[in-house]
Design a protein around this ligand. Structure first.
Ligand code: HEC
Ligand code: HEC
Ligand code: HEC
Ligand code: HEC
Length: 505
């Protein structure tokens, strides 16, 4: 009896403790929920400074800051020297690295040889639009100066203003804390494609659309306008070419109808298109996109910390977080799933290498035909093939991880690209023969160095100018930004003053 009483008592104590613990956990969750619901208004003037959000949202801030761990620098021109030939005469043949963590987005834009070495706010080479996807200072300035003023002038005009990397105010409202798109070009594109605006989209779609602000193909649309003092100006407005739909063919037609080109190829004199990371569009065609799995489901998985659940803001490769990113939906082992993903990469890579090789040779063979006397009429169809093929190849590979997000579409586009490049090369054999050139073999482009010499990239000079810029004007920018209370270097520039680039090694 005594024993029985003791047992009962113990059971009661255990049950009561468990209930107290449970109640505690419910209370904690409730507190967290209320905490989030009474989202603080973060003053407009300081919303660009990511560290100002920390005291309200320490977990999201803490995980966001860990994008600093995505610091691996991969020189894509070294990995694939064909790229130098494909982009001859264009910035990307100077310097091009694989994407890194959001922590580095702004600094990598400042560091790349593509943005050149301005000496004041008026020198180029790039337009202001090059800042669009790099910083929460962009919505701040668009609201302050007006969107068209923001898109007018050279990149260096805002060097002392755009100083904080991608952060909270790029994806959240500072008023409500809710998801928001902070730049008007995405809604304009959605409307042009006949899709619901961000505000009219489902919550699940918003979890992808915030990424679509930047992970998308764009171009700079020349827009004449008159400012409030009556001065006539030309803005170069970041625009998503979605009016014929989000497909690779729809966008190509859009550019062809506009007679648009990003640059004229230095060797083949083809009017080219440059595709830029059409991540969102391509993902939409894949099985996860079709089934309504959002970017955030994989890249920002829910994380449990004690009794609190929050979205992991360390945007990175989800294969590092498979237990949280994939396993909520998949049953196979992590190893099995990972090996499926790697095999998808190998398939894409095999085809991409073949296309790059054919395209590089097509440019060089066209240059040879010109040297041998072929004229624009002889080369018209060939150049049309090169333009179309390179656009498609670029679209497929510039879309980061397209091989996983949308494997079938990626391989389809690469196959069409290769077929079109080969059609061009078959025509080139005839044109070359007509001008007395037989069995021509394109020159070697097997390393970055050889390829850059071949297409005339003055690499050493570009690096010297860039380093001078970094020692002078860039330093001045941050001094001014601190003086204007827009930058807190102790919090937001940790490690960024060390020059970690493909050219500093
Ligand atoms: C304001 C523009 C912007 C927004 C919004 C944005 N990104 Fe990015 N993202 C970038 C840029 C720019 C880079 C490349 C940075 C670099 O290389 O320095 C990048 C890089 C990445 C990387 C590579 C990270 C690494 O460590 O290799 C991933 C993954 C990523 N973004 C996913 C996302 C997802 C998912 C979303 C939406 C939840 C998103 N991004 C929203 C601009 C943006
Ligand atoms: C690239 C876009 C992006 C950036 C940058 C970003 N967030 Fe988020 N954030 C999201 C998404 C997507 C969610 C999920 C929202 C949902 O499903 O309701 C989210 C959710 C949240 C939530 C709601 C609770 C939770 O964890 O799900 C808070 C609070 C939050 N973010 C704060 C921040 C803070 C603070 C920063 C800056 C340090 C930040 N976010 C930067 C996209 C972003
Ligand atoms: C079903 C899960 C899933 C969804 C949904 C998803 N991704 Fe990914 N993403 C991945 C995986 C896995 C990788 C890494 C593949 C690899 O390189 O091994 C990746 C890679 C990336 C990378 C390149 C990272 C790098 O360092 O190369 C970017 C950028 C990216 N995703 C952005 C997005 C955006 C933007 C969306 C939504 C439009 C999205 N992802 C939707 C799983 C997903
Ligand atoms: C929200 C649920 C969800 C998440 C999260 C998710 N998946 Fe999936 N995945 C699906 C669905 C649904 C399919 C379609 C197949 C099906 O219906 O069974 C699929 C299909 C796949 C396929 C086969 C399709 C193809 O493209 O060949 C692979 C591989 C895959 N997922 C990998 C991943 C990986 C890796 C992650 C994590 C980075 C991930 N998934 C995260 C739901 C999810």
């Amino acid at each position: 009896m005594n024993k029985m009483y003791k047992l009962l008592l113990t059971a009661c104590v255990v049950a009561i403790s468990a209930m107290t613990l449970l109640a505690g956990s419910i209370n904690n969750r409730e507190a967290e929920r209320i905490e989030l619901a009474k989202a603080p208004v973060i003053e407009k003037a300081i919303q660009n400074k990511n560290e100002e959000w920390e005291r309200y949202y320490p977990r999201q801030y803490g995980s966001w800051k860990k994008t600093k761990e995505g610091d691996k620098l991969i020189d894509m021109l070294k990995e694939n020297p064909q790229l130098v030939v494909l982009w001859a005469g264009y910035g990307f043949s100077k310097d091009y690295n694989a994407p890194r963590g959001h922590y580095y987005a702004l600094q990598d834009n400042v560091n790349t040889l593509r943005t050149g070495a301005p000496v004041d706010g008026k020198t180029g080479p790039m337009p202001t639009a090059c800042w669009t996807c790099k910083s929460p200072d962009v919505p701040r300035i668009q609201e302050r100066d007006g969107e068209l003023e923001f898109f007018t002038g050279k990149w260096a005009k805002y060097g002392n203003e755009i100083v904080n990397t991608i952060g909270c105010a790029n994806c959240h409202s500072n008023q409500t804390g809710e998801l928001a798109v902070r730049v008007p070009h995405l809604n304009r594109a959605l409307i042009s494609a006949g899709l619901p605006t961000f505000e009219n989209s489902t919550h699940q779609e918003k979890r992808s659309l915030v990424c679509a602000q930047c992970h998308n193909e764009y171009y700079f649309h020349k827009t004449p306008w008159t400012d409030k003092n009556g001065v006539k100006k030309i803005a170069k407005v970041t625009t998503l070419p979605w009016a014929n739909g989000l497909t690779v063919e729809g966008k190509e037609k859009y550019y062809d109808d506009l007679n648009f080109s990003d640059w004229t190829h230095k060797l083949s004199k083809t009017r080219m298109l440059k595709a830029q990371h059409p991540g969102y569009s391509l993902y939409k065609t894949g099985i996860h996109g079709q089934k309504g799995v959002s970017c955030a489901d994989c890249h920002m998985p829910y994380t449990q910390e004690g009794s609190v659940k929050y979205s992991d803001h360390q945007l990175q490769n989800p294969l590092n977080t498979m237990d949280r990113s994939c396993m909520p939906c998949h049953r196979e082992s992590e190893e099995k799933l990972k090996s499926i993903v790697h095999r998808k990469y190998d398939r894409k890579e095999q085809l991409a290498q073949i296309v790059m090789d054919n395209l590089a040779k097509a440019h060089l063979e066209t240059a040879k035909a010109m040297e041998a006397g072929a004229n624009d009429a002889d080369l018209k169809d060939i150049r049309a093939d090169i333009r179309s093929a390179q656009w498609k190849w670029d679209y497929a590979v510039a879309s980061h991880a397209g091989f996983f997000h949308a494997p079938e579409e990626t391989l389809r586009i690469l196959s069409v690209a290769n077929e079109t490049a080969m059609q061009g090369r078959i025509k080139l054999v005839s044109v070359l023969a007509e001008h007395g050139v037989k069995r021509y073999i394109a020159p070697d482009f097997s390393t970055k160095d050889i390829a850059q010499k071949l297409v005339g990239v003055p690499f050493k000079k570009l690096v010297e100018e860039k380093l001078r810029f970094k020692a002078t004007l860039e330093k001045e920018w941050y001094k001014q930004a601190v003086a204007n209370h827009n930058l807190n270097p102790e919090k937001s520039r940790v490690g960024l003053d060390e020059i970690n680039t493909a050219y500093s090694k």
